[in-house]
Ligand binder design. Structure first.
Ligand SMILES: [Mg+2]
Length: 264
């Protein structure tokens, strides 16, 4: 069981890390550089809290922590880009009910309101592509495409629907896409964490490699932004255009590089 650490008494800032492709790299051994955790220890000592901001579910993330050999739990977890958890006793995660409850309610309303649009998207995906339509509890509208190109094609059908809607949006990561409420994503979830910690955006750091990270790599949410060398080209361009740091090294080696750059 991985233990949590007591929160720093005086929180001065928030660090937000994407998981897959950023902190965790399946291809490398170890999947996460141990030096990263030493840096977290040092930064925590001076009041910085850190957390994982991921598209994975809470369960999937927890197994990732074991695989990555986390010596202690992060101070917060954002799962499915929108569910906020804090560490409880015995390595369990406690749902931040106020936020998660509101998100769930808003999603239900959005899915009801967007039924017609979602039906049209589903029909397009099923009749015109080789992509798989995924419908599951709480997430009734998702797509797994067979290629990045196919995903781009599908998005040309999804985008106009989202532009018309005040509530319907989507989260996308490579060949995966999920219809989601426009107000809930890695950026708004991270802003909520910062608000709860009493921290301004100037003292928020975020790093990620994929499309679903663009919402938190937003200078209105995090003033310090970075991406690892393996980031998607769109993410790299965004980070450069917004005065962030593109690492020379990939995944967790890149994370360490970025932390040195911002916190030396
Ligand atoms: Mg990623």
């Amino acid at each position: 069981m991985i233990q949590s650490l007591p929160l720093p008494e005086n929180i001065v800032g928030v660090l937000s890390f994407d998981f897959d492709g950023t902190l965790y790299d399946q291809e490398s051994d170890p999947v996460t550089e141990p030096e990263f955790f030493e840096m977290m220890r040092l930064l925590r000592d001076v009041g910085w809290v850190w957390g994982i901001n991921t598209g994975r579910s809470q369960m999937q993330t927890t197994s990732g922590f074991v695989e990555s050999k986390f010596p202690f739990l992060p101070d917060f977890l954002i799962a499915r880009e929108r569910e906020i958890y804090t560490p409880g006793k015995f390595g369990r995660w406690v749902s931040v009910k106020e936020w998660n409850g509101r998100s769930e309610k808003d999603h239900k309303k959005m899915f009801r309101k967007s039924k017609k649009a979602i039906k049209e998207i589903q029909a397009y995906v099923e009749n015109n592509t080789k992509a798989q339509w995924i419908s599951e509890e709480g997430d009734p509208a998702g797509v797994i495409a067979t290629s990045i190109e196919e995903m781009a094609e599908i998005l040309t059908v999804v985008d106009p629907h989202c532009e018309k809607s005040t509530v319907m949006g989507y989260l996308r990561n490579t060949i995966y896409m999920r219809i989601s409420h426009k107000d809930y994503h890695k950026g708004s979830s991270l802003a909520e964490i910062a608000r709860r910690c009493g921290v301004e955006k100037d003292d928020v750091f975020a790093i990620g490699d994929g499309h679903n990270d663009l919402d938190m790599l937003d200078r209105k949410v995090a003033d310090m932004i970075a991406c690892p060398a393996n980031a998607d080209i769109d993410v790299k361009q965004h980070v450069i255009a917004n005065g962030g740091y593109v690492c020379k090294l990939p995944a967790s080696k890149g994370v360490i590089e970025a932390l040195h750059r911002f916190f030396e």
